[in-house]
Design a protein around this ligand. Structure first.
Ligand SMILES: Cc1cc2nc3c(=O)[nH]c(=O)nc-3n(C[C@H](O)[C@H](O)[C@H](O)COP(=O)(O)OP(=O)(O)OC[C@H]3O[C@@H](n4cnc5c(N)ncnc54)[C@H](O)[C@@H]3O)c2cc1C
Length: 302
């Protein structure tokens, strides 16, 4: 178990991950990714979730009592940086591992933890985040999707948008209103919403490049049992805010970092090709600044 990291420990862990990646990456992903069909890519991404689990990396930073390795955020950052650098697939269970799982550990009941955490960890469930709405994106306190209590379940009506992975999701973290809209953020509630049911309709939103990443999700009298409410009724704002911390954690930050570095290299190459001297100097200055930030973080890179 990795509980804390010395500089040396970080270097050794990075070596461990690099060595593992040399043989673990799926055949065909690196060489011919662009020629794979969407279905083939999805199958590889599902398989990647299982590979991570089998190698003990699925719950790298999860506490051991939940089946993880108990590594801290530094190990997580190193791991995701190396994955991004190697061009590894983005597992379909990523949102489960990095957002839903940690949130269930924090706010879920023991019953919810024992039911959902193992299937998130082994990659057999796929999660999405049903937060944004057509009229409530940045202003999430204004969501209008309603969840009305009826016996032992809530009946959900409304529309969510920009929902990544919804087309594959078995369950979502859903933010819905459990009272009148006048109360703003004070009557929002979080749910662990089952997605495979007649009341849930998923419409793809394709990007200009033709990719199907986003969806519009409509809930039309869909149901979620009271036992799948995450935290107390009307306490959704507090529960949900914790999820943002996980969503923007080291995993995503390091993937973005590697992407930015790639774009920086492309920019420098383009500037050099055009002999745009001033722009080239600016690009190089930017490159130095990014590397300085990287050096400050100093995650044991040699
Ligand atoms: C790659 C990606 C994946 C995503 N995946 C998901 C997902 O899985 N689930 C999900 O629920 N959402 C997802 N989103 C949505 C995202 O998290 C935001 O909620 C959404 O993009 C913002 O809402 P909007 O597009 O309606 O923009 P708006 O809220 O309309 O904002 C438009 C612009 O106005 C600015 N603005 C808004 N309000 C104010 C204000 N009061 N004062 C000043 N400026 C303001 C914003 O900063 C922004 O620049 C994803 C977004 C991206 C880019």
């Amino acid at each position: 178990m990795i509980t804390s990291f010395s500089q040396r420990g970080a270097i050794e862990f990075r070596e461990e991950v690099r060595t593992w990646l040399q043989t673990a990456l799926p055949q065909g992903w690196i060489e011919s990714r662009d020629s794979l069909t969407e279905d083939q890519q999805i199958e590889i991404r599902r398989e990647w979730d299982r590979t991570l689990f089998k190698a003990g990396y699925g719950g790298l930073s999860w506490p051991p009592e939940y089946g993880g390795r108990g590594a801290g955020p530094v190990a997580d950052a190193i791991f995701y940086e190396e994955l991004a650098r190697a061009g590894a697939p983005d597992g379909l269970s990523r949102l489960g591992r990095t957002v839903a799982g940690p949130l269930i550990m924090t706010a879920g009941s023991e019953e919810q933890q024992s039911k959902y955490l193992p299937e998130i960890l082994d990659g057999s469930s796929v999660w999405c985040l049903c937060l944004s709405e057509p009229d409530a994106g940045s202003d999430l306190a204004n969501v209008s999707t309603s969840a009305i209590l009826s016996g032992s379940e809530y009946v959900v009506n409304g529309t969510k948008i920009w929902t990544s992975f919804a087309q594959h999701a078995t369950r979502s973290l859903l933010l819905a209103r459990t009272g009148s809209r006048d109360a703003g953020r004070n009557n929002l509630t979080m749910f662990l919403m089952p997605m495979n049911q007649p009341g849930v309709q998923i419409r793809p939103i394709r990007t200009i490049a033709g990719d199907h990443h986003f969806n519009e999700v409509t809930f039309d009298s869909a149901v979620v049992p009271v036992s799948d409410r995450l935290g107390g009724e009307n306490d959704g704002w507090n529960v949900f805010r914790a999820s943002l911390t996980f969503e923007r954690g080291p995993a995503i930050a390091m993937s973005f970092f590697v992407e930015m570095c790639r774009e920086r290299e492309t920019l420098i190459e383009c500037c050099a090709a055009d002999e745009g001297r001033q722009t080239l100097l600016r690009a190089r200055e930017l490159a130095s600044k990014i590397e300085l930030v990287r050096w400050h973080l100093s995650f044991g890179r040699r």
